[in-house]
Design a protein. Structure first.
Length: 89
């Protein structure tokens, strides 16, 4: 999945990460950016995600992901319609 970023991504921004190679665009994580780093030579966002209570869990599960920057988009970009640049008959 590739989308152009229309809004900047800063610490505290709600984002989606599509860092799942080989799967559909419907598979993603949602969370809040808590930092940035370089890991294995790639710039990455540190995303904190909270899962909902499932199957008898008493506390929500907090997970941290180190998503490559090119796989992360601002959730505000999902609310705006994508502009069609070319239409092929």
């Amino acid at each position: 999945m590739f989308r152009h970023r229309l809004h900047p991504i800063d610490i505290g921004t709600k984002v989606r990460s599509y860092d799942f190679p080989g799967v559909s665009d419907a598979d993603f994580i949602t969370g809040t950016v808590v930092g940035r780093c370089i890991l294995a030579g790639l710039p990455r966002f540190i995303i904190e995600s909270v899962s909902l209570t499932i199957h008898g869990q008493e506390e929500p599960c907090l997970r941290v992901f180190y998503a490559p920057a090119h796989c992360v988009i601002n959730e505000l970009d999902l609310t705006e319609p994508l502009h069609e640049l070319h239409r092929v008959a």
